[in-house]
Design a protein around this ligand. Structure first.
Ligand code: SF4
Ligand code: SF4
Length: 237
């Protein structure tokens, strides 16, 4: 996969990404059916939670925005008033946005253009999990969406193709972009701290294709059948 046009650098280094190659290499849906049909009925707005601006504001690399802006009318820069029920103070939200990223809003699920989905759409609800030795060992989920995302309650449904593409793309990104590596290293550490407090194990879709439960304290991995693993809120079996 060739997604970069420049070599490795130091912590301030931002690699030049080939966004189209990145998107083409990471195009598999999370499940082999429309998981949006599983969650949308529970959303008062009637759309999948991950495509509802009132639930999640999409972020994108600045370089994605450079790529997307002249090619599609799908996206605009987030203004803060897109969710009428719960408007944001844009200044506050932008303050928390890393400098190499931008906040966007799309035209909504009914007008999605799959070819121009952002990386954050493609990876949802997962992020690359790094152990305390800094090794990218697999995928785990964004825990703030436990109660809304059906997939998190049904991790068995994630396809092998999605997992393989995720691992290949993040091997490339983390290998060339120290800032992104540091950001996911921190997210993984935060998850270990939180799950230690909650006394819960972390489900891991391992890069070897197997599923595990990870002890957040000892980081010991135990093979698991995630079909019987925890489900949340309205998705409780
Ligand atoms: S990834 Fe989760 S939130 Fe998004 S459509 Fe599928 S089940 Fe719904
Ligand atoms: S671009 Fe498509 S996948 Fe991404 S948030 Fe919008 S509707 Fe959802």
């Amino acid at each position: 996969m060739n997604i970069s046009e420049e070599p490795l650098g130091d912590d301030e280094f931002t690699p030049r990404l080939d966004i189209r190659s990145l998107y083409d290499a990471f195009d598999a849906p999370v499940t082999d059916f429309d998981c949006g049909a599983k969650c949308a009925p529970y959303n008062p707005h009637g759309v999948p939670f991950c495509c509802d601006i009132c639930e999640a504001v999409p972020v994108a690399y600045l370089q994605e925005w450079e790529y997307l802006q002249p090619r599609t009318d799908l996206w605009h820069i987030y203004r803060g008033d897109e969710c009428p029920d719960d408007p944001d103070d844009p200044a506050e939200v932008w303050k928390e946005t890393p400098e190499h990223m931008t906040l966007l809003a799309c035209q909504g699920a009914a007008h999605c253009q799959r070819r121009f989905r952002a990386m954050s759409c493609r990876q949802f609800p997962f992020f690359p999990y790094l152990n305390s030795a800094g090794e990218f060992i697999g995928l785990t989920y964004e825990w703030t969406f436990e109660s809304t995302c059906w997939v998190i309650s049904n991790l068995w449904s994630v396809t092998a193709r999605f997992r393989a593409e995720f691992v290949a793309v993040y091997d490339a990104i983390l290998g060339m972009w120290p800032l992104e590596y540091a950001s996911y290293d921190l997210a993984s550490e935060n998850m270990r701290i939180l799950f230690t407090e909650k006394r819960q194990r972390i489900p891991l879709l391992h890069r070897n294709g197997q599923d595990y439960l990870l002890s957040p304290r000892s980081e010991r991995l135990r093979r698991a059948d995630l079909r019987g693993w925890r489900s949340f809120g309205r998705y409780r079996a």
